[in-house]
Design a protein around this ligand. Structure first.
Ligand SMILES: *[C@@H]1O[C@H](CO)[C@@H](O)[C@H](O)[C@H]1NC(C)=O
Ligand SMILES: *[C@@H]1O[C@H](CO)[C@@H](O)[C@H](O)[C@H]1NC(C)=O
Ligand SMILES: *[C@@H]1O[C@H](CO)[C@@H](O)[C@H](O)[C@H]1NC(C)=O
Length: 353
């Protein structure tokens, strides 16, 4: 291993220890779903960028966030010796989509590398949760989920990032007087990166554990919709449309949906893309973990297609780490045949003998 690479990987080990022992932010809204573990932590220092524009109906001006620019540092405290090393950048991709510009992080090849134009890995994220800071002078804490990765460095395995311990970065509204005027407000924050573990979850309730003798083959992150249909008196689950990938933001490895079974009932089905295969399963146990998220499940495989595929080995499927996906609450005005697509995410774990 080259000296630089060695230093970098020992630093990463060091950061992990720091992260694991530092205090968790109070709000559960900022914690990624079960099955993700903290892997890297950096201090970001830079500016929050705002544009003054007339957005409200009465024509008054207000600041709209236009992203941020920051450098990422790792603080090294080794007894008397303290230093900080620049190890990456945070910026927003310039072409805004429907959800605004996309927050992006890039790590350098080695700490304080002179040439910051060669990142080893970058990852781009989408905002999932916002929690206001206790002090209104500080920007809110955030949880972001990965939407894409590039390169082979440490960020290529990242699933979520938290922005916590924020200081500054808030625009003063009274300064916003002229359409299009830009404002750059200094801030700092801690960015904590998480990755999705490929081990059975420690938090699986006993009721949905797989029987002894079946071991984890692989876990996929599922992202999509639970699809409900109004039958005249209640909403019933009619289908699912989800994409499976090894972790948030990585390329699709499969799909999850319902197929009509022999008895006409919809059967939960997972399709694997390469090598192609398919398993259908029936629900045998459920466990509700949190009231606002769909339950966790244990399903027994009833049918599989694809001899070369993962499908040929799977005996049980576990759905865990659910976020969202609930039916509309009763009382919502609905007519017979109405469809409601409820966004959700989950981890699907595939077990075999
Ligand atoms: C204009 O509307 C915004 C919110 O839309 C409000 O915060 C502000 O106080 C209003 N200003 C005036 C002068 O009414
Ligand atoms: C940094 O890397 C880029 C791309 O490889 C190169 O064009 C540039 O000259 C390098 N700059 C320095 C200061 O080495
Ligand atoms: C669920 O949707 C898929 C398309 O996404 C479709 O092929 C399938 O037939 C639907 N299943 C049921 C039970 O309607």
């Amino acid at each position: 291993m080259a000296p630089f690479a060695m230093l970098w990987s020992s630093l990463l080990g060091f950061i992990f220890t720091l992260t694991a022992t530092s205090q968790d932010p109070a709000s559960s809204a900022l914690i990624p779903p079960d099955g993700n573990t903290p892997s890297l932590s950096f201090v970001g220092r830079g500016v929050q960028i705002y544009e003054c524009s007339a957005q409200s109906a009465n024509g008054s001006y207000s600041y709209q966030s236009q992203g941020a620019e920051a450098e990422l540092f790792v603080y090294i405290s080794d007894g008397k010796l303290q230093s900080h090393e620049r190890c990456g950048r945070h910026y927003f991709l310039t072409h805004p989509d429907g959800e605004g510009g996309k927050p992006t992080f890039a790590l350098l090849a080695s700490p304080s590398a002179d040439n910051s134009s060669i990142p080893t890995s970058t990852a781009t994220f989408k905002l999932i949760a916002i929690v206001a800071a206790a002090n209104p002078k500080n920007i809110p804490s955030l949880l972001l989920r990965a939407t894409s990765h590039s390169g082979n460095g440490a960020l290529s395995m990242v699933s979520y990032v938290q922005r916590v311990n924020t200081v500054g970065g808030v625009a003063t509204p009274s300064q916003c007087k002229q359409q299009g005027a830009m404002l750059r407000v200094p801030y700092r924050a801690q960015y904590r990166f998480w990755s999705q573990a490929q081990v059975p979850l420690a938090s699986i309730p006993a009721s949905i554990m797989v029987p002894k003798g079946h071991t984890l083959l692989t876990s996929f992150f599922g992202l999509g919709f639970q699809i409900y249909r109004y039958d005249g008196s209640k909403w019933t689950l009619s289908n699912v449309s989800a994409t499976l990938s090894s972790l948030p933001g990585t390329p699709a490895m499969g799909k999850h949906y319902f197929l009509k079974g022999p008895n006409g009932q919809p059967q939960p089905t997972w399709e694997f893309l390469s090598p192609r295969g398919l398993v259908s399963a029936k629900l045998i146990q459920k466990a509700s973990k949190t009231p606002n998220d769909i339950p966790w499940f244990l399903l027994l495989v009833t049918n599989s297609i694809g001899k070369q595929s993962l499908a040929s080995m799977v005996t049980y499927v576990q759905r865990s780490s659910t976020v969202g996906g609930m039916a509309p609450t009763s009382g919502t005005a609905a007519k017979l045949g109405d469809i409601f697509q409820s966004p959700y995410s989950a981890i699907y774990s595939f077990y075999g003998t």
